[in-house]
Design a binder for this molecule. Structure first.
Ligand code: SF4
Length: 508
């Protein structure tokens, strides 16, 4: 069995994913998402840009990465020769050699070493670069340190974990632990991983992974929007979670809360709905307990519920005006660009709705659409601006700073903004699996015209527009953005009506 750094990284994110990647042959993964392929291309381009910017001359194994056995042999030969820099090399290590390197490491808990016994397992590490340094190794007065070039802006935990893994594998191969493990990040800045901190953490995670593989036990499904949305096992896992009515499909059930709920015997929506929140509150806190119970009740009855504390403490004022603006942005994170500022103008007196797609057909037009946006919203100074999530607020602040919008102007603009996500989550519990715009608007009956469209897909479409100038991509983005604005409008109308009825019931 080949245990690659990618599989280990996936294990850190989700144990089940590594299990399915290794043992899930009989199951069908989803096709690779265009968004992920785009990220992969960008990552490769970033590596090339860093190599060029630093004028690094390197040796590269002749064998391709998928011919990993030969590549690993060539990499070791280059290290033995003492070349200055190796790009695209592969390091392999048997489990026995991994274990002996840990035994020499005073940080390692020896009980974990015993737990990792498994035959025919080979570790495979592929650091972006191996850089020669002065020092003593089994080859002479030099050793190598791993360098990983990453697209992220910050040194994420997962980068540090993989850097520590590369350092450990390298230690076993060259006979000495490298003094550092380096990251080069998006802005081409250097970061040095604290190996004293990360080696023991990494070793413990690898030991757990080996244990899982040795026992061949399929980890339980746990759907989490953040970690599952880009995973190629999503359809498979979601179907399983649905068929089991898994508690992870209930908003607010985090892995930690799930662990607690199952230890006290709550494993179904019904049992959660029937539980006394006072008992749950001792472990989860009163607010979380009340919300979870209400969420379970809402799902069971398939109906919206007023939040238990809404009428008492958390009234949210939702303005109703003759003219209202509904605002949604499409962005391209790689270019740090907000290329579409979509505004739906709803005129209640005239009973009209008009969509304004302020589009930067070229990335350099961002400043221009920001000015158009200001002109539009300033033409209706009394109109509230509804949006869904904090992204629109953060973006307005970013654009105002970048394009030097006078402070009083942006202050007044921000004071007109109403975050509907905040309003909804403070006031209502809905029978949904997530409080995303799509999920909420679908529940009240709103449908997007293009069912497969998403924010991630728009990022890819914009990239394709830039490269091909095919207007069909722009048209698809505009349709999606307009539907987002309209969904926000529908949601607001629904919420106002719902809260009105709730107040009427309270008075009666
Ligand atoms: S879909 Fe989610 S639970 Fe399933 S393997 Fe992927 S990350 Fe894990």
């Amino acid at each position: 069995m080949l245990l690659t750094d990618e599989l280990l990284l996936n294990y850190k994110r989700c144990r089940r994913r590594t299990y399915l990647d290794l043992y899930g042959n009989d199951r069908e993964p989803d096709a690779a998402k265009e968004f992920l392929l785009k990220l992969k291309r960008e990552s490769q381009a970033h590596v090339a840009a860093v190599l060029t910017a630093r004028s690094l001359s390197y040796h590269q194994p002749q064998a391709a990465a998928n011919d990993w056995l030969l590549n690993a042999k060539e990499t070791q030969a280059l290290m033995q020769q003492g070349v200055d820099c190796i790009y695209g090399g592969i390091l392999t290590l048997s489990l026995a050699d991994w274990r002996s390197s840990l035994i020499k490491d005073p940080r390692q808990d020896k009980t974990e070493i015993e737990a990792t016994q498994s035959d025919n397992l080979l570790f495979l590490a592929s650091p972006t670069l191996l850089i020669k340094q002065a020092g003593k190794s089994k080859w002479g007065d030099w050793l190598y340190v791993p360098v990983n070039i990453k697209l992220g802006r910050r040194p994420k935990q997962e980068y540090k974990f993989i850097s520590a893994f590369h350092a450990q594998v390298l230690a076993a191969i060259q006979g000495v632990l490298p003094s550092k493990s380096q990251l080069i990040l998006r802005q081409h800045d250097d970061y040095f991983v604290n190996l004293d901190h990360w080696l023991p953490k990494m070793q413990a995670i690898v030991a757990n992974c080996l244990q899982m593989l040795a026992t061949d036990t399929e980890p339980e499904v746990f759907i989490s929007r953040q970690k599952c949305s880009l995973c190629h096992w999503y359809s498979h896992c979601y179907t399983k979670a649905k068929s089991e009515q898994h508690l992870s499909l209930i908003p607010g059930v985090t892995p930690k809360r799930y662990e607690y709920l199952t230890t006290i015997g709550i494993e179904t929506v019904e049992s959660l709905a029937a539980t006394c929140p006072i008992n749950l509150g001792e472990a989860l806190g009163t607010q979380a307990a009340m919300e979870l119970k209400q969420q379970a009740l809402s799902l069971l009855d398939d109906r919206a519920l007023l939040k238990y504390d809404y009428l008492g403490t958390a009234k949210t004022s939702i303005p109703i005006a003759a003219i209202e603006l509904y605002f949604d942005i499409e962005a391209e994170p790689e270019r740090n660009l907000d290329y579409l500022l979509g505004v739906l103008l709803v005129d209640r007196r005239e009973r009209t709705e008009r969509f304004y797609p302020l589009l930067a057909e070229n990335p350099e037009d961002e400043g221009q659409i920001w000015q158009q946006f200001l002109t539009l919203v300033n033409s209706y100074p009394n109109a509230p601006i509804f949006h869904f999530s904090e992204y629109e607020i953060d973006t307005m602040k970013r654009l105002a700073q970048l394009y030097r919008t006078p402070k009083p102007q942006i202050k007044s603009l921000l004071s007109r903004c109403v975050d509907l996500h905040y309003s909804i989550t403070r006031s209502v519990i809905l029978p949904v699996e997530s409080y995303s715009l799509k999920s909420l608007a679908n529940w009240i009956g709103f449908q997007w015209r293009d069912r497969g469209a998403s924010g991630d897909q728009c990022v890819c479409w914009y990239d394709r527009w830039i490269n091909t100038k095919d207007r069909s991509f722009i048209e698809a983005i505009l349709r999606y953005n307009e539907d987002d604005c309209r969904a926000t409008f529908y949601l607001k109308e629904w919420l106002v009506q719902f809260l009105l009825e709730a107040r009427m019931n309270e008075i009666v």
